[in-house]
Design a protein around this ligand. Structure first.
Ligand SMILES: *Cc1c(COP(=O)(O)O)cnc(C)c1O
Length: 371
């Protein structure tokens, strides 16, 4: 039986053509052509004026936090249940991440918990749209406005999702995306920062150019200590091709999710999957099954059963507060995050996943769970 991966990029002829063109011709005065085009097309896709491509989402978030002058003594609020990449840049700038709980249905920030965590030191809220689900942006924006905070979207997992008619990642001070090989679209490694704020764009561009000021005629002259998180023209060529069929890939992921939902939820009373709140559209980066409490202890058994028949299975993220990275910070009380981490796992989803393979996944899950 063929192996079923939990995720796999969808690479067509167009990708090969653009990358070959970049590797053959994308040098000298053409060395930024695909990068410029990728940034322009990505911004247009989201409906925002500005985008800057980077070597990773982590790097994009680091640059954005620096551009907001967030640093030592400042606090940044984000959810406890997350991949560490959303929190690490807060440490990089010397600020303190404050971890709060999520909502049981969206798996994203609980606005009430965010409000309770706001102190005079709070500077920003990082709303991560987990597994394609949308964070409660209107409520979070209201809190940000009331307290003079920046709202940042980490939309790495929500490319193609929509919140009240607008694309995820187009609604906040700035947003970041990832094009790691596991994400909705890929450039191998890569990221993007998008913003409506031209001043912020100029700031992150300078920071990403080792602190060299635009228009400064002096060569090799950093005006400040910067960073270098640039994407290559080769990767951007891949990104341009991926963008051309992003809508199809998202549509396919939505179909795959619907098949899982229709097969699994009626058969598993009390289980939940990625929600789609009214007015939202979920691109379902990772279809995720949350088992009911009564079956929670069977989760790892299901994952093992999947592995034995060659199906990649992945546990839900871990509460970051439990990891050594947060060992020196005060303990937090995040029961919803802990519950999800015990009960949930991700299901394979990628555009080329066949109907038969998906059926295999469904059958293994149902067969290995006892009531
Ligand atoms: C993948 C991911 C990142 C990190 O992306 P990189 O491109 O690997 O730096 C950050 N945030 C979220 C929510 C992610 O899923």
């Amino acid at each position: 039986m063929n192996k079923i991966y939990y995720t796999k990029p969808s690479i067509g002829e167009r990708e090969a053509e653009y990358v070959l063109d970049a590797v053959r011709n994308g040098w000298g005065e053409h060395c930024y052509d695909y990068i410029t085009r990728f940034e322009r097309d990505f911004a247009a896709y989201l409906g925002v004026p500005h985008a800057m491509a980077t070597s990773s989402c982590t790097g994009a978030l680091h640059l954005g936090l620096r551009a907001l002058d967030i640093g030592p003594g400042d606090e940044v609020i984000l959810a406890d249940i997350n991949w560490v990449a959303s929190a690490a840049p807060v440490f990089y700038v010397g600020a303190t991440p404050v971890l709060v709980d999520v909502l049981e249905d969206s798996w994203c920030l609980d606005p009430a918990a965010v409000e309770r965590a706001i102190t005079p030191k709070t500077r920003a809220i990082i709303a991560v749209h987990l597994y394609g689900n949308l964070a409660a942006l209107a409520e979070l924006q209201a809190l940000a406005d009331a307290h003079g905070l920046a709202l940042i979207e980490d939309a790495a997992e929500a490319l193609g999702s929509e919140y009240r008619g607008r694309k995820a990642g187009s609604l906040s001070s700035f947003s970041v995306f990832s094009f790691h090989g596991t994400k909705v679209m890929t450039t191998g490694e890569g990221g993007m920062l998008v913003t409506r704020d031209e001043t912020l764009l100029k700031r992150v561009q300078q920071l990403n150019n080792h602190g060299r000021a635009a228009g400064d005629m002096r060569q090799f002259w950093p005006s400040e200590l910067g960073h270098k998180y640039k994407i290559s023209n080769l990767q951007a060529a891949l990104g341009c091709a991926q963008l051309e069929h992003l809508d199809e890939m998202v549509a396919r992921k939505r179909e795959i999710f619907a098949v899982y939902r229709e097969a699994l939820l009626p058969a598993l009373p009390g289980a939940a999957m990625n929600p789609e709140a009214p007015g939202c559209s979920n691109s379902y980066w990772m279809p995720t099954l949350v088992l009911p409490e009564a079956q929670a202890e069977q989760r790892d058994h299901v994952l093992e059963a999947m592995r034995q028949v060659g199906i990649d299975a992945r546990i839900f993220f871990q509460p970051l507060s439990q990891t050594p990275v947060f060992a020196d910070l005060p303990a937090v009380n995040t029961p919803v995050s802990h519950g999800l981490a015990r009960r949930a796992f991700n299901l394979p989803s990628y555009p080329e996943l066949s109907r038969d393979d998906q059926q295999r996944v469904i059958e293994v899950i149902l067969a290995s769970l006892s009531a």
